[in-house]
Ligand binder design. Structure first.
Ligand SMILES: *Cc1c(COP(=O)(O)O)cnc(C)c1O
Length: 388
């Protein structure tokens, strides 16, 4: 029995009332609130445009298509991520490859990216898109990745599923200063939730319009965007092959209400993370390090066990913690070691740092509703499991 899960949504009475109000209104979907939520998120992050989706996965797919990814192209991402960061490339018929992680931050390693680009240039297959993931909420060294994108000519799609509320050098993640598109996830374990939901942000109007078309069947109802010179009042136009990836007003109402507590959520997550760091500092663990200039939304709190200093192995530690009610998890097994990716030809050894990391990492419970007493129970249990 897991009594303390690794993550949990925080739903207030105001959230519930906001959703109920929509249920009593005229529009359940495509009403006024999706647009309000888009504006609220883009304003909060400092991006010019935002398009809401029914998940971050849908947003990643539409973003890849809008950036022109197609068969024969290549997309690179970090192996230390949820499968969706890579699957979006496969949806478009592109090839996918992985860049190893930085041993300090567990984010994509900029030096490894540069080395791989040098090799790629030699063999003539520069990726079309690189997808950096702000793992656990910690921003990647985005300005350096941007610099490489200018030099080598690739697009950047930031997977910020973990990191709404994070910032680097005082700039909010999502402002797209160092990328073409940034996406957020509003799945219940993430920082904010809409049940299921996602959003794509960008500063380029044409990209935003393209993603908006893809989100809803490729259809526009706006006369000024239509190709017919004199559209009838009832007319809509399908201009490309799109999808039904729309967010509903029910979800947007929840998102808008949640967004008012973003700062509180992220501060509480940081407070809990600091309590963890203080309580665990003397144990044989590598604790998370936040790079100077970074503020993490702390979607996850991950520690790495120093295996050589311990009598038990990773799996045993996991099992003991779970038996004692602590909902630990692994974020993530390298994506390319999933059976589906193995069938595509990927094999162990591709990203040694990510593989070492996955043999040592443990995600401890972290969410705004976790109490200080529960945190103490987690740290005491972990101490006993590691030292007994
Ligand atoms: C959760 C997550 C996604 C997918 O988000 P959904 O909204 O569930 O589609 C993509 N990338 C990362 C890194 C995630 O953590």
């Amino acid at each position: 029995m897991i009594s303390i899960p690794y993550g949990r949504q925080d739903i207030s009475d105001e959230d519930i009332n906001a959703v109920v109000d929509v249920l009593r209104s005229n529009y359940l979907t495509q009403g006024p609130l999706v647009g309000s939520f888009e504006t609220a998120v883009s304003t909060s992050c400092g991006a010019n445009h935002a398009v809401a989706f029914n998940s971050a996965t849908s947003a990643l797919h539409a973003a890849c298509l809008a950036l022109g990814l197609k068969e024969g192209d290549t997309l690179w991402t970090s192996p230390n991520t949820f499968v969706a960061s890579a699957n979006c490339g496969l949806y478009c018929g592109a090839n996918v490859d992985f860049v190893d992680i930085d041993p300090r931050t567990w984010n994509i390693c900029v030096a490894a990216l540069e080395l791989k680009l040098i090799e790629a240039k030699r063999s003539g297959v520069i990726p079309k898109i690189v997808v950096p993931v702000h793992f656990a909420g910690q921003p990647t060294e985005q300005e350096k990745i941007y610099e490489l994108s200018r030099q080598y000519g690739f697009k950047i799609l930031e997977d910020a599923s973990h990191s709404i509320g994070s910032s680097r050098n005082g700039e909010s993640i999502g402002n797209c200063r160092w990328s073409d598109i940034t996406i957020f996830s509003f799945h219940p374990v993430k920082i904010l939730t809409t049940g299921e939901g996602g959003m794509a942000l960008c500063n380029d109007q044409a990209l935003a319009e393209h993603m908006r078309l893809l989100c809803s069947h490729g259809i526009t109802r706006e006369a000024k965007l239509m190709r017919s010179p004199d559209p009838a009042p009832w007319q809509y136009e399908q201009q490309m092959l799109g999808f039904n990836y729309r967010m509903t007003d029910i979800q947007a109402a929840l998102g808008l209400s949640q967004l008012t507590r973003l700062k509180t959520f992220v501060e509480r997550r940081n407070n809990l993370a600091h309590q963890y760091i203080q309580a665990l500092v003397d144990l044989p663990l590598q604790l998370p390090v936040t790079l100077s200039g970074n503020y993490s939304a702390y979607h996850l709190f991950v520690v790495r066990i120093k295996q050589a200093a311990l009598a038990k192995n990773h799996r045993e530690i996991f099992q003991e913690l779970r038996h004692r009610g602590i909902g630990v998890n692994l974020h993530y097994m390298p994506v390319y070691l999933q059976p589906y990716y193995r069938e595509l030809g990927f094999a162990p050894g591709l990203c040694p740092e990510a593989e070492r990391y996955a043999n040592e990492a443990i995600t401890l419970p972290l969410y705004p509703g976790l109490t200080n007493e529960q945190l103490l129970r987690v740290t005491q249990t972990l101490r006993e499991v590691l030292t007994q």
